[in-house]
Design a protein around this ligand. Structure first.
Ligand SMILES: Cc1cc2nc3c(=O)[nH]c(=O)nc-3n(C[C@H](O)[C@H](O)[C@H](O)COP(=O)(O)OP(=O)(O)OC[C@H]3O[C@@H](n4cnc5c(N)ncnc54)[C@H](O)[C@@H]3O)c2cc1C
Length: 302
């Protein structure tokens, strides 16, 4: 019988595995194609190593991609921001392109873990780990990001709305890896915000919410709202969005619309919070995220 010590987060990884360190994307894709579901990508390791030590993940082959230097970038094109698979949260925090154009993602970077974690952890690892509480997920959802997945056969783009399937499960095939995340450049008169409630400053969210608004002459033209930790995967809140479009961009509109969020969420009790707390706080968090987004486009201040 396995000792309980072997299921705790000690310094020991209590099983054997083969270790691969490709230095090119081609080499990594070839390994993934050969190993299939037996191979697991290692990026920052801040999720995977913890799971391996607790035997929640027991991959037979680890493919460490950290030596593929060309995957570490954050760039801006004519119409999109591109985040490479090895860009870390710290890279993001320091990136002027992101700071100026995607404020909700910067909000997420400033409350994600601590600086040590942000130095190691990648943004791609955050979405591939597929936690319902992943901090990058609500900002990506409200900004309509898409994920570039690649295998030896070529590349395909997965809209972020269809990337998350269930806790720990994404739309990636075993022979695929994420090489890039793309975010369309937002238009003028738009902005976004992300807010998070957590037990401590370094913990995963009890509830998180992001809001994106495009306002024209005081009227809401576009609205997207997304939440984390209130459903089996990060979700959009269509019931709230429907109540916002075409209405005046005011606190009253936001408060009325945010009440509808309870129709979109299906929270549970877990070690971080209770379903009841999550239901009660979600409307307030959504209202605050909307107000913050609006204040960033020069609308009604908080
Ligand atoms: C102390 C601590 C605090 C934390 N705080 C937060 C927090 O506040 N908010 C939050 O959201 N998370 C938090 N985390 C979780 C974690 O740090 C993040 O999810 C992080 O972004 C994961 O990135 P990584 O590079 O370390 O991923 P890894 O651990 O290397 O990988 C995670 C998963 O993604 C897969 N993967 C990684 N890259 C790819 C790729 N390119 N293609 C395909 N699959 C890939 C791996 O196989 C693995 O299954 C915390 C973790 C710790 C230890």
């Amino acid at each position: 019988m396995m000792s309980s010590l072997n299921r705790m987060n000690t310094r020991i990884i209590p099983f054997s595995f083969s270790y691969h360190e490709p230095t090119s994307l081609e080499e990594a894709l070839s390994l993934l194609s050969k190993l299939g579901a037996d191979g697991k990508i290692l990026a920052g390791g801040t999720d995977l190593i913890v799971k391996m030590k607790a035997r929640q993940a027991e991959p037979r082959h680890i493919i460490n991609i950290k030596k593929i230097k060309e995957l570490r970038y954050i760039t801006v094109d004519e119409d999109k921001i591109r985040i490479g698979a090895l860009a870390t949260w710290r890279d993001l925090e320091k990136s002027s392109h992101i700071i100026s154009r995607i404020p909700s993602l910067l909000d997420a970077a400033s409350v994600m873990g601590g600086v040590q974690i942000r130095n190691m952890a990648t943004i791609a690892g955050n979405i591939c780990n597929a936690s319902p509480a992943a901090d990058s997920a609500p900002p990506f959802l409200v900004h309509g990001a898409r994920v570039k997945a690649m295998s030896e056969k070529g590349a395909r783009f997965v809209p972020i709305d269809s990337f998350f399937i269930a806790p720990g499960k994404t739309a990636l095939m075993p022979e695929e890896m994420v090489v890039e995340i793309e975010i369309p450049l937002p238009p003028p008169s738009s902005s976004s915000a992300f807010l998070k409630l957590a037990r401590t400053s370094m913990d995963l969210a009890k509830v998180s919410a992001a809001a994106y608004l495009k306002v024209d002459g005081g009227t809401i033209e576009e609205a997207r709202v997304a939440l984390g930790a209130v459903a089996p995967k990060p979700i959009r809140a269509p019931s709230v969005e429907k109540e916002l479009i075409g209405k005046p961009a005011t606190e009253e509109t936001f408060k009325n619309a945010s009440k509808h969020v309870v129709k979109d969420i299906s929270p549970i009790d877990d070690i971080r919070s209770t379903a009841s707390y999550r239901k009660k706080t979600s409307p307030y968090l959504v209202t605050d995220a909307l107000l913050t987004a609006l204040s960033r486009i020069g609308g009604e201040k908080r």
